[in-house]
Design a protein around this ligand. Structure first.
Ligand SMILES: NC(=O)c1ccc[n+]([C@@H]2O[C@H](COP(=O)([O-])OP(=O)(O)OC[C@H]3O[C@@H](n4cnc5c(N)ncnc54)[C@H](O)[C@@H]3O)[C@@H](O)[C@H]2O)c1
Length: 171
């Protein structure tokens, strides 16, 4: 695709996502379609701070049981504490995991959910939500490493979205 066309596609996608976000922000929550996820187990990575912490709190508010993975043990414990404060009796399990270490990820996965995608595909249930950044869609000066890592996230997401792990296409 040439640069002009790519830019047009990007701008259209960007605009569309903004419109959807604005629609969701102004519409009363009960008028929006939503799924009942009460009782589901949600694994949040990077839950010790920022967006991960807010996501964990939000899911807990929706009645989910939280599995919290972060390299920062103190931050992660704080998130669990905030969850229990906001909702007494809420389930939140913390694991200190360095996500850049495959061995640690597999070890933590064994203790929580044995594996993710194959089981989700088998049960035809579950979601994988990835936080990337618009920096993964276009380059920004001085942010080569950040843009590259976010671009990778988009690539990985398209892979996961199309590959069931056993050769079947998910859609
Ligand atoms: N904050 C923004 O405006 C923004 C915008 C676009 C995208 N993002 C992306 O969203 C994600 C979260 O951003 P944030 O602002 O909440 O960041 P943050 O720094 O507040 O939180 C990141 C969390 O990840 C944990 N972490 C870092 N390396 C880890 C590792 N190797 N293993 C396990 N945990 C690790 C940290 O301890 C921290 O708790 C990032 O990927 C960021 O690039 C953020």
């Amino acid at each position: 695709m040439n640069l002009f066309l790519e830019t047009q596609v990007f701008l259209c996608e960007f605009l569309w996502l903004w419109l959807v976000a604005i629609y969701k922000a102004v519409m009363p929550a009960n008028l929006l379609p939503h799924k009942d996820i009460e009782g589901w187990t949600v694994l949040v990575t990077g839950s010790g701070s920022g967006i991960g912490r807010l996501i964990a709190l939000r899911f807990s508010g929706l009645g989910c049981r939280l599995v919290l993975w972060d390299i920062d043990q103190a931050g992660n414990e704080k998130t669990a504490e905030l969850i229990r404060e906001a909702k007494p009796g809420a389930h939140a399990w913390t694991y200190t995991v360095d996500l850049s270490r495959r061995d640690q990820v597999y070890e933590a996965a064994k203790q929580t959910v044995r594996s993710f995608l194959p089981v989700m595909v088998q049960k035809n249930r579950g979601h994988v939500v990835t936080v990337a950044s618009s920096a993964g869609m276009f380059g920004t000066a001085g942010m080569v490493d950040y843009c590259s890592s976010k671009f990778t996230v988009f690539g990985e997401r398209s892979y996961v979205a199309t590959d069931s792990g056993d050769g079947r296409l998910l859609f």
